[in-house]
Design a protein around this ligand. Structure first.
Ligand code: AMP
Ligand code: ZN
Length: 500
């Protein structure tokens, strides 16, 4: 049995995973600030967290996974500067901050589903404000001080501040915008008071006056409330290592967790950035690509998931349309392979079926139906897969092992399907459910409908039968000109040509 090893940003080392509670694994993932659509860089963070969750389930742990929804308190800078993102978006769109949050949360959850990200809990920060006030009260006397602008955390009161970020305290200074009278430049607000004479849409009464919680406080409080201290793994994008998670750790230390795990979570894991040629994809710079943008151009969302899995989560991943197209072709090939196996299996089953018994329809094949055990004679392949995925989630190698399973010489279709079911429970590409038709995504620029294509192909067939090849070629050329690939001899018959 291979042990699971994960890279812990706290120690900057790959460590064996030993859960806090035997048989269980608890994961907290910093969720989106719901003031805007998520871009595909953000979604990389959730594909990573989901893959981690799937690996933990596959390893046999009972998984508790939380992705919080930040609907309050995140300023335009990760430190204490700028406007509140939610209030700013509300003002710009002429809506309430609550409506903004609801809209973008729904859009985010839709993207999660399209990427086959299993449904973790999605608690909203605004439901935990009382708990945040209680937490702040509990550390106020020992670790905080009050200024006109809010209640601040005194980072000098905890040992090793900045240990996660690995910044000497002074280096961190330039990253934190100065607030007059802070004791240390890296001190941060845990409660921000509404300035005199202003009203905010989202504000609460507190011992420090009307105001809103600081963003860092939210994740400390929600992870503690939902998973309990200490818990196993805290995840987020690598940008969170420097400020957000560093501040969370300071708060957790102040709150008191466990002598062995003073940081609250035992392992802190971070995915690297999705970049494009201009650098890190972000909401404020570079091209803002949403998952929907990819779908609009005719890509299936799971091609993006596959693209993420092709890179190691700790490496930067460059987005290009060509790269996405290659991942899409790879996904199509995998689905085609599974489809063939399902059909071959259905044939074998129906050949052995007693008359009057309904034959198995290949398309009705579900993951559950094939999730029998992998035949012991293929244990070697599964072990190699395990050692890749348990080695700090080496999904790139895991994918090639999946493809090797198509070439097994002495396997029945059912045995192969069982292997795919097993491997895909970790990779989450939905290989056993997807059909080739599902992958045929109509680009928004298309000028022809699916029905029109089917009709044209039918007419072409008639023309060919009547040996009217000029007409048959003309129909074909017209389809090609309209972005349709005609695939003679393939049961799928046609596909959309990718526009890259
Ligand atoms: P936000 O909604 O800005 O709080 O970001 C949500 C998640 O996406 C966080 O975990 C970020 O660290 C992560 N993230 C932001 N930009 C990128 C990017 N370009 N690539 C990968 N992850 C990102
Ligand atoms: Zn967070």
């Amino acid at each position: 049995m291979t042990d699971l090893k994960l890279f812990n940003s706290l120690t900057r080392q790959i460590e064996p995973f030993v859960p806090v509670r035997e048989g269980e694994a608890s994961v907290y993932t910093c969720g989106p600030t719901v003031y805007n659509f998520q871009h595909i860089g953000n979604m990389r963070a959730y594909v990573f967290a989901d893959t981690l969750g799937r690996v933990l389930s596959y390893k046999g742990y009972e998984l508790k996974h939380v992705i919080n929804i930040t609907d309050v308190g995140h300023l335009t800078s990760d430190a204490d500067a700028g406007d509140d993102k939610m209030e700013k978006a509300a003002a710009a769109q002429g809506k309430t901050a609550w409506d903004i949050a609801k809209f973008y949360q729904a859009d985010f959850e839709n993207d999660l589903a399209r990427l086959n990200i299993r449904k973790p809990q999605h608690p909203r920060a605004t439901d935990y404000v009382d708990a945040m006030i209680d937490w702040a009260k509990s550390i106020e006397a020992t670790h905080c001080y009050e200024l006109d602008s809010g209640l601040y955390f005194d980072t000098a009161t905890v040992p090793d501040y900045g240990r996660l970020a690995r910044v000497a305290t002074d280096e961190g200074v330039s990253r934190i915008d100065p607030v007059p009278d802070k004791r240390q430049p890296q001190d941060f607000a845990i409660w921000r008071k509404t300035p005199d004479g202003e009203t905010r849409q989202m504000e609460w009464d507190s011992p420090w006056g009307m105001g809103a919680p600081g963003w860092h406080l939210e994740c400390s409080v929600m992870s503690q409330a939902l998973l309990g201290f200490p818990f196993d793994i805290h995840t987020g994008g690598i940008d969170h290592r420097e400020i957000h998670h560093t501040c969370e750790i300071a708060q957790n230390q102040a709150y008191g967790t466990d002598a062995e795990v003073p940081t609250g979570a035992k392992y802190w894991m971070h995915n690297n950035f999705l970049i494009d040629r201009r650098g890190k994809m972000s909401k404020s710079s570079g091209e803002f690509l949403r998952l929907q943008t990819l779908v609009d151009r005719g890509f299936h969302p799971l091609a993006y998931r596959l693209m993420c899995l092709q890179a190691h989560y700790r490496s930067e991943m460059e987005f290009t349309w060509e790269g996405l197209a290659a991942a899409f072709v790879r996904l199509k090939r995998m689905v085609m392979g599974v489809t063939t196996l399902k059909a071959r299996h259905a044939e074998l089953v129906s050949a052995s079926i007693v008359p009057n018994e309904a034959p198995v329809e290949a398309d009705k094949w579900t993951l559950k139906q094939v999730q029998g055990d992998v035949d012991p004679k293929f244990a070697g392949l599964i072990e190699t897969f395990d050692s890749a995925i348990y080695n700090d989630l080496n999904s790139a190698v895991a994918l090639t092992l999946l493809e090797m399973a198509f070439d097994l010489k002495d396997a029945t279709p059912e045995q192969e399907l069982n292997i795919f079911a097993e491997i895909d429970s970790v990779l989450g590409l939905n290989l056993l459910q997807l059909t080739r038709q599902d992958l045929r995504i109509r680009p928004i620029t298309a000028t022809i409908t699916e029905e029109e294509i089917e009709t044209a192909l039918h007419l072409r067939k008639e023309a060919r039968a009547a040996k009217d090849f000029a007409r048959s070629d003309a129909i074909r050329d017209d389809l090609i000109a309209r972005g349709v690939e005609v695939m003679d001899g393939d049961p799928l018959a046609w596909d959309w040509k990718l526009d890259i």
